[in-house]
Ligand binder design. Sequence first.
Ligand code: TXA
Ligand code: MG
Length: 334
Amino acid sequence: MASEIVLEQALKLLEQGSVVGLPTETVYGLAARIDRPAGIAQIFKTKARPFFDPLIVHVASVAQAQACVSQWTALADLLAAKFWPGPLTLVLPKSALIDPMITSGLTTVAVRCPRHPLALRMIQGAGVPLAAPSANRFGRTSPSLAAHVRDEFQNEVFVVDGGPCEVGIESTIVAVQGEVLKLLRPGSISIEQIEATVVEAGFSVRWEQPSSRTEAPGQMQHHYMPAKPLVILANDWPIDLLKAELAQHLSRIPDEVEGVRMMKPKSIQILREISLSADPVIAARELYQTLRETAQGPEDLLILVWPESKRTGPWLGVWDRLRKAASLHLSSGA
Ligand code: TXA
Ligand code: MG
């Protein structure tokens, strides 16, 4: 765990307009102060992140969130009161405080108050909100340990070690547009939980799909990809049949996906079957560590059997990550 000296050092780097690895309860972030354009630019450069993909602004209080937005509604207030500090990000119209580089020129800003005590201390210590995407190279598996961040950036990023991330997958992102709510990314806080809170408080809301790429700019089809291709099977396959099928599909496994290079296997001799906990909360916590660890072995491909029954409800957040991390999906081995 990080000491006072480490925290001071991190705050100094942020003050100087540099980036720092930030522990949160979801995943580690790559943080910069919102009032340091050089730091914001360094986030995009370090991650090789395209400038069209906006950053989440992390705040330590509702008052700080209110300063980042131009319309703080009663509905936003309700959701913040119920779920903050915690893994819920709200997208609202931005205020002049937010540099357009942070929002990729959008008129909205994503704000969240994390619940990791070190994240809160760093935001409070900086005295301004911190912009932070997940601390991984663009399109790759997100980091749930400080060591993941160090490995990802070859020790070039100073990381505040806050231990393993408790939640393990990124926050739920919801756009709040008057009475309309839009789920932009599923996470550990479910639509059902949000709906129950809203109904209990007597609000009437409608859920709608994001209408355009501008509303959900970061929602690429592929994301979170491990270094080795991941193949997801909807059910068990006899191993010989699977190998024969994979041999046929090898050419369908691309060596580059949306600009992210894959380690394309030359053969499919060695398969590594991975598994996750049967409990969705624990599966989320172990997901990224499992994808990183297994991709380091000698295997050509990672295989995961993932039934249809684990693709909705409490599994939605984990499934969203798995679906996008996979290079290939096969449905029936019968
Ligand atoms: O749990 C989390 O949210 C983590 C930790 C570090 O807080 N952060 C995170 O950031 O996942 P990132 O950059 O990896 O994902 C942020 C997502 C992106 O898909 C981005 O497009 C979307 O949030 N986003 C940011 N601002 C937005 C906006 N104004 N409108 C719509 N989507 C936005
Ligand atoms: Mg990310």
